[in-house]
Design a protein around this ligand. Structure first.
Ligand code: NAD
Length: 355
């Protein structure tokens, strides 16, 4: 099984290396045949060949069985016309990775973890308020005069319907409850269309309950009543914000696991950014990208029918939980004494011990 690996910028290469060491240990333990096809991207690639996303890297992502994508430091990129291409945005669009699956769960032993939080945010990943990629041609923001700025939010029935289906299928594997989030009485046309499509999907899943909540109420309820939520379904920008909030409530951004999924491709890309403030110091928390890689293995297992992949995913998640519970292994962002390498080693050793 070939995985394209695009390490990204700043902490990207450090945490990606950590994830690959864990995947190697999982491959040995579960007899997986994993091959890593590593491609330089980001500013390192730009310095060498003038683009942050070389065509060969994009092609590798397209032709591999799955992708592991380190975070890109997009705010430091030159303009698009000078080779500064948004890597995750372009890959999501090119591979039609329309669902962003972001679990957030509080774990025993992790400081600041909010008790009762165990949810999955299912975020629409292709449209909404993302001006750099929500139009077929042109840019989704413009200034008709020097003192007027307008941003367009794209919502389609097709994208709303298919993300709704992902949410209900996810709920069937979990607590059979979907909360859809927006602000329908204000964004009457766009959230109205989104929610009508979700309601149409809900009619096909009588075993799953659906509830609607406004995004502002949601921001508060996630903190005050976390146990109310199982699958949280929402549009692109709201999902980006709420998933960071949820994972912060579980302990910190470094825990942010995320899988970008379409009908034929998937990319593990942690929900946090490239953390330039701590890059190169070996202290970044690799949990997010390790857990994202576990989500990718589970997706590959479901698609291929190879149960060993699902078992490897579960074992990685359990080993991460154990390492997070140990303050000698946990990284500093979670109040621990560990660093990137020590944490990854503990997770890999946990797999070798058949824990
Ligand atoms: P960020 O997520 O990189 O960092 C926010 C804070 O969280 C920082 O203090 C950082 O040190 C900390 N943090 C994040 N990940 C961590 C980890 N694994 N371990 C320990 N601490 C961690 O957000 P930002 O500073 O707003 O963005 C930095 C860059 O990341 C920007 O260029 C942005 O465009 C990019 N970004 C990329 C992605 C992606 O590739 N999917 C997503 C979001 C942001």
């Amino acid at each position: 099984m070939k995985l394209a690996v695009l390490p990204g910028d700043d902490i990207g290469p450090e945490i990606t290396e950590a994830a690959l060491s864990v995947l190697d240990a999982a491959a040995t333990r579960f007899g997986l045949n994993l091959e890593f096809d590593v491609h330089e991207v980001g500013m390192a690639a730009h310095r060498r060949i003038g683009t942050t996303l070389p065509a060969s890297a994009l092609e590798a992502a397209r032709t591999s069985d799955g992708v592991i994508l380190g975070p890109g430091g997009m705010t430091a990129y030159p303009p698009r016309e000078d080779g500064g291409i948004n890597i995750p945005g372009t890959i999501r669009r090119q591979l039609d990775l329309y669902a962003n699956i972001r679990p957030a769960r509080s774990r025993a032993g992790v400081p600041r973890a909010l008790p009762g939080l165990d949810c999955v945010i299912v975020r629409e990943n292709t449209e909404g308020f993302y001006a750099d990629r929500n139009l077929f041609q042109g840019y989704g923001e413009f200034m008709p005069t020097a003192d007027v700025a307008i941003s367009l939010r794209l919502i389609t029935a097709k994208a709303s319907h298919r993300i709704g289906r992902v949410a209900f299928e996810t709920a069937r594997q979990r607590g059979r409850h979907v909360t859809m989030v927006g602000k329908r009485h204000v964004l009457q046309v766009t959230d109205g269309l989104f929610m009508r499509q979700v309601e149409a999907v809900a009619a096909e899943y009588p075993d799953v309950t659906l509830r609607e909540i406004d995004v502002d109420a949601m921001a508060a309820d996630l903190y005050t009543r976390p146990d109310q939520f199982d699958v949280i379904l929402t549009t692109n920008m709201f999902g980006d914000i709420l998933s960071n909030q949820a994972v912060a409530l579980s302990g910190g951004l470094g825990l942010a696991a995320a899988l970008n999924v379409g009908d034929g491709h998937a990319a593990a890309n942690a929900g946090h950014g490239s953390a330039p403030d701590i890059a190169g110091r070996g202290i970044a928390n690799p949990s997010g990208i390790i857990l994202s890689s576990a989500l990718l293995l589970r997706w590959l297992g479901t698609r291929s029918g190879n149960n060993a992949l699902g078992a490897a995913a579960a074992a990685i998640e359990a080993s991460v939980d154990r390492a997070l519970g140990d303050s000698d292994c946990r990284t500093r962002d979670l109040g621990g004494e560990g660093d990137t390498k020590r944490f990854a080693k503990a997770v890999a050793n946990g797999l070798r011990d058949k824990g």
